[in-house]
Design a protein around this ligand. Structure first.
Ligand code: IVH
Length: 532
């Protein structure tokens, strides 16, 4: 291939790779199978290796570079990175709205147009683009001076290394690529990625992160961008701090739309409309969805949509008068650790469980939290009577994050692994080098028996309709079930001895059991739950 041909092919490859990375990481709408993407990427790497002079700084191959000298050097923000005032309830929100209208000199009956969007629970980052190229990324720092984290931010796949040329948009009237653009937004780690990262960290004996926000912060502070590149971070753009060479969008809503056209990831949870009632409803709707979102949010940011009005309202001290954070109930709360108890699972694994003085976390009352294993208890140095911080988000099981220091701690008894199973008193064993301790009794242990039977009857195993947890417990306690085979020997008379078992339910249960006989070998083997 001639150099001109290579150059043309490189341009084509980069355009394709950018396009598909944009679909995948920014729009969450992958179109190309991973293998095809990998093949294009490999071709790009090979061509660039043969022609280093043709490598451009925004090539998809240039996300991970060497450890830079500039890492964490101070960056003075040309426009300070402000914070937001908080409100915590409807009264606080209505006060904010009233202050806005007072300032603007508006009648009570005229609704201000507001833009609402999630308050991301991550880290604020400022990105600087010159002539369409990403040249600098900085943390917020103290608001006026942050730290240079360009090399790490370049590894975040949803951060464009170069801006896309937006199609002319009649409403934003901004078809041009700005000569200068400073974009602000939030770097965060989605919950699923956070769980996977922690599982990897645990397996490798590395430190686990208490919550996605800490994981995102730790990932941005890596000295080696190669490590940051392995962390599942995302960047959501939410404002423009500086702009040259393109008209400034007239509203916040149009700003988001333009940022999306330039290639940034923006939230699909934004809503705009007039007056305080609209905002109150949007807040409730977002709160209702909070647990099902892929990432943590700690409230809703409400902004006066119109840029001219924003300018009229201006700033006080370190926060704008035109925006406010309307917070949600906190996902962290402190409470008393009443006791640490041991639960015995299907395979006999002993899991420590924290019994807590009931506390509301993110709007849900929590009174138990898993502690995983004895090493975790020791790592956190937990003792009954301590005050602990609980974290709960979405479907994630409540977690003990840390212990708060107090004078009484030293006098409390440290937790030790029990010698005997708390359920059947058989010996507890913990093989050399393993983190999990187990009750050695197998199906002789009622706890293991119950779990094994529950598993046997569960949906993905024998799928015995009607044989839920409650009945398994009652039948084991009544001595009706010792092994899974006993399920198929149950009679109506036996069932009717159980408390609150009616004739109709006994009939249905026996029908469910009979039906489960017709199954696949795969399900049957899975139901037996043979270790390893
Ligand atoms: S706008 C001038 N929008 O909240 C106001 N901030 O307390 C600039 N944050 O440091 C902020 N989500 O990290 C804005 N959708 C959002 C946000 C958001 C999270 C954070 C941001 C900032 C802090 C202010």
């Amino acid at each position: 291939m001639s150099t001109a041909d290579v150059s043309a092919r490189l341009q084509e490859l980069r355009a394709q790779l950018r396009h598909h990375a944009h679909l995948y990481y920014v729009l969450d709408q992958p179109a190309l199978p991973d293998g095809d993407y990998d093949r294009l990427y490999a071709e790009l790497l090979a061509l660039e290796a043969g022609h280093p002079e043709l490598v451009t700084p925004d090539s998809p191959s240039r996300r991970v570079g060497a450890t830079p000298d500039s890492a964490f050097a101070p960056v003075k923000h040309a426009v300070p990175m402000l914070s937001l005032d908080n409100v915590f309830d409807e009264a606080g929100w209505l006060d904010f709205d009233r202050r806005v209208r007072d300032r603007l000199g508006w009648e009570l009956s005229v609704g201000v147009a507001y833009a609402c969007e999630p308050k991301f629970d991550g880290l604020a980052v400022s990105l600087r683009y010159e002539d369409g190229l990403l040249v600098q990324a900085a943390t917020r720092g103290d608001g006026s001076t942050g730290e240079d984290i360009t090399a790490n931010v370049r590894t975040i796949r949803s951060v464009p290394l170069s801006l896309r040329a937006p199609a002319a948009d009649r409403q934003t009237q901004a078809a041009a690529l700005p000569a200068l653009l400073e974009v602000r937004g939030e770097v965060l780690m989605p919950r699923a990625g956070f769980e996977q990262l922690n599982a990897r960290q645990l397996a490798a004996g590395d430190k686990v992160f208490a919550n996605p926000r800490n994981a995102a912060a730790g990932s941005l502070r890596q000295l080696d961008p190669g490590i940051t590149a392995t962390r599942p971070l995302a960047f959501y753009a939410y404002s423009i701090a500086a702009l040259d060479g393109a008209p400034w969008p007239a509203t916040h809503t149009l700003t988001l739309r333009w940022l999306a056209a330039l290639g940034f990831k923006i939230t699909d949870l934004a809503a705009s409309g007039p007056g305080p009632l609209f905002v109150q409803q949007a807040w409730q709707a977002l709160l209702d969805r909070r647990d099902s979102l892929p990432f943590d949010i700690d409230g809703m940011v409400v902004k006066v949509d119109d840029r001219r009005l924003q300018q009229d309202l201006g700033f006080v001290a370190r926060a704008p008068r035109w925006a406010v954070a309307y917070k949600f109930p906190a996902q962290e709360a402190s409470t008393r650790l009443e006791a640490i108890e041991w639960q015995v699972g299907r395979t006999g694994a002993l899991t420590p469980v924290a019994r807590l003085a009931p506390v509301s976390v993110g709007g849900v009352v929590v009174s138990n939290a898993t502690l995983h294993n004895i090493d975790e208890v020791h790592r956190l140095d937990l003792r009954a009577g301590d005050t602990v911080v609980i974290y709960r988000a979405g479907d994630v099981i409540p977690k003990v994050m840390r212990r708060l220091d107090d004078d009484g701690h030293a006098a409390r008894a440290p937790v030790a692994l029990p010698d005997a199973c708390p359920v059947c008193a058989s010996a507890v064993v913990r093989p050399e080098g393993e983190v999990v301790a187990r009750c050695s009794a197998g199906l002789f242990c009622p706890a293991q028996r119950k779990e094994a039977l529950r598993h046997f009857a569960s949906r993905r195993a024998m799928d015995i309709e009607g044989l839920g947890e409650k009945w398994v417990d009652l039948m084991v306690d009544a001595g009706l079930l010792h092994t899974p085979a006993d399920i198929y020997r149950l009679s109506a008379e036996q069932l009717l001895q159980l408390p609150r078992m009616a004739e109709k339910s006994a009939e249905n249960l026996l029908a469910g059991i009979a039906k489960s006989r017709d199954t696949t070998l795969g399900r049957f083997l899975f139901a037996l739950g043979i270790p390893e």
